[in-house]
Ligand binder design. Structure first.
Ligand code: HEC
Length: 180
């Protein structure tokens, strides 16, 4: 009798543990990196003159050295991209005047949303950190364009900034006006 009790309790415990770890390993929403403006390294500013949007990219500092020395983007990388609406200033350059969105992508070993999304997951936040969307499909559909850059459009700028410590300024190479 005692033995059966023991066996059933053990099986239940193992069952719950398995269920829980499966849940924990499952795609939960990528967090808003609340302190990215002070703690992250801004590696790029991208102007989109057509849509009058300026995008600013930040990466968590912990990975910058690995990116520099190994020239790869390691697991635990978090990239936050701000999108600002902008007006054209008197010098002809875009002047950001309002922060509208924060798009986040995070890379973790073993993450796999689809066959063609690398180890990245995405989330879209408001500037104050409220979740706007955690749907993965729309982000993936476009970022597959740059699968040869580990799904990062601005990988060349990231490598250069990690190497030089200098923020990279550029115009968008892509005709899209997404990431609004
Ligand atoms: C239609 C294409 C498209 C879609 C859809 C899209 N992106 Fe992007 N994303 C871009 C482009 C292009 C850039 C590079 C900036 C530029 O040139 O404007 C970019 C850059 C980024 C970056 C900076 C790192 C990088 O790849 O350069 C992040 C973070 C990002 N996007 C997150 C997201 C998230 C989160 C979603 C979904 C909510 C999303 N994107 C949907 C086109 C897209």
């Amino acid at each position: 009798m005692k033995f059966w009790k023991f066996l059933i309790t053990s099986l239940l415990t193992v069952g719950i543990a398995i269920a829980f770890s499966a849940f924990a390993g499952q795609a939960s929403v990528v967090d808003f990196p609340a302190d990215y403006q002070t703690k992250f390294f801004q590696y790029a500013t991208v102007d989109c003159p057509k849509s009058q949007i300026v995008r600013k990219m930040y990466v968590n500092r912990e990975v910058v050295n690995t990116i520099k020395t190994r020239k790869i983007v390691p697991s635990t990388t978090v990239i936050a991209m701000e999108t600002h609406s902008a007006r054209i200033g008197s010098n002809g350059h875009l002047m950001p005047n309002q922060l509208n969105n924060v798009f986040v992508r995070e890379k973790q070993t073993g993450w796999r949303v689809s066959n063609d999304s690398g180890e990245w997951q995405s989330a879209w936040y408001s500037p104050s950190g409220n979740l706007v969307s955690s749907s993965q499909g729309s982000c993936i559909s476009c970022h597959t364009m740059v699968r040869d850059r580990d799904y990062l459009f601005t990988l060349p700028a990231l490598l250069k900034a990690a190497n030089t410590g200098q923020i990279q300024y550029q115009k968008t190479e892509f005709g899209t006006s997404v990431c609004q």
